[in-house]
Design a protein around this ligand. Structure first.
Ligand SMILES: [Fe+2]
Ligand SMILES: [Fe+2]
Length: 178
């Protein structure tokens, strides 16, 4: 990392990496919970497996950057482990459409989050910014895939997605700090 000079605005890359690593980890746990419940050969499980593989790649990339830069990972990882899996399993138990609505909601918040980060980074930290931009494109694909596959047919879609989005916002704020 280049030296910080007084008066220079620098985005807080360490906090960004911490929350992004936590988020991608949470995403892998959500999809693991869904895949544990959904029938392996149903159409939704196939879509979700493909998205889960991409989340794994996002996570590995942030894991590596966290290690290379000596960033402190979130202390809340054990919580995201359980909460992510539970959210995935619970939505999949409701219905395959509810599982897709979960992806729809989560990826909507992740898109907002990554867009905010890109704006905050500006020309700072090109390495981190290029990964965020690449992953954001894939998160948007996940959201659109879920919508095209019928997320909005889930029972109670407006309430369900609003609740999940609110949960994501809390998780994001916590993981920036803790
Ligand atoms: Fe991701
Ligand atoms: Fe995603």
């Amino acid at each position: 990392m280049t030296a910080w000079r007084p008066g220079e605005r620098r985005a807080d890359s360490a906090s960004m990496l911490r929350v992004n690593q936590a988020g991608e980890y949470g995403a892998t746990r959500i999809y693991a919970g869904q895949l544990a419940v959904l029938r392996a050969n149903c159409a939704e499980a196939k879509l979700i497996s493909r998205m889960a593989a991409q989340e794994q790649r996002h996570l590995q990339r942030f894991d590596r950057m966290v290690a290379e830069r000596g960033v402190r990972p979130t202390a809340l990882q054990p919580l995201w482990n359980v909460a992510g899996f539970a959210l995935g399993a619970a939505t999949a138990l409701m219905s395959p459409e509810a599982a897709l609505a979960c992806t729809d909601a989560v990826e909507t918040e992740i898109d907002r989050h990554y867009s905010n980060q890109l704006e905050e980074l500006g020309d700072d930290d090109a390495e981190l910014a290029s990964d965020i931009a690449e992953f954001r494109t894939e998160e948007l694909e996940h959201r659109d895939t879920a919508r095209e596959a019928g997320a909005s047919r889930a029972f109670g879609y407006p309430l369900l997605t609003a609740a999940i989005r609110a949960g994501c916002k809390v998780a994001i704020e916590l993981s920036k700090r803790v």
